[in-house]
Ligand binder design. Sequence first.
Ligand code: HEC
Ligand code: HEC
Length: 208
Amino acid sequence: MRSALLIAAILGYGTLAYAEAERGLDLSALPEPGSVAPADGLVAWQRIHDVVTHPRCLNCHVGADNVPLWGTIDTPDSSHGMAINAGDSRIGAEGLSCRACHQTSTRPNTVPHAPPHTGMDWQLAPVEFQWTQRTGADICEQLRDPVRNGGRDAEGLVEHILHDAELIGFITWSFDPGAGRAPAPGSLQAHLEDMAIWTAAGMPCPTE
Ligand code: HEC
Ligand code: HEC
């Protein structure tokens, strides 16, 4: 039943054919819900952990100070230059809007140190999605908690990636940032598969 629901959710996903064509995503590799053992889910979680704690993702998933990061592998904590603060709006509506520099565009990013752009309006993730200053186990608990993940269930978490691929949004960009930036580890396809495996296993989290 749950697998029928997942397939229905995926088929019902209006522009998925476009997302597949656009990003070459292969959905046939995704496991059915309930078909994965928790131990295998934990192995997939470890790879998800390596993605969500990479600077490409962390730089936007920051805390209540609303300061975006210019983190790199060597300097993960460096704050955004020019004293940029996203405000409680997380899009800079209170001061200088993110879009003033990060223009919304699906064109590839090619110029090093230029403000990166995506097909979605550039902004910080909501503060409930803070991943900086959290342990891996905390992030895992947070990701599976609908109160702190934008109300998403297992299917919703997988669909979020497909939606992002369709728009060439932040997750898609993070795996192919261009302009000399280090990409998040793996690929969008691998991350999609890992999230499908982890959710199909019941979203197991490490105990510490
Ligand atoms: C005055 C122009 C300007 C504004 C306004 C601006 N940024 Fe930036 N941003 C930049 C530049 C330039 C870079 C690239 C810096 C580099 O690579 O050396 C950047 C990079 C970033 C990065 C790092 C991306 C990465 O992983 O490499 C994040 C995150 C970011 N900005 C978030 C924001 C947010 C959120 C806002 C709105 C609150 C914002 N920026 C507003 C110019 C701006
Ligand atoms: C440019 C900023 C930015 C970057 C970079 C970014 N995100 Fe996000 N993220 C957001 C925003 C904004 C939202 C809220 C939009 C939504 O919920 O659809 C969000 C929401 C999410 C959510 C759903 C909420 C949750 O915490 O469960 C997940 C999962 C997520 N991002 C994963 C990632 C991953 C994985 C990466 C790196 C591969 C990444 N993000 C990079 C801005 C960003």
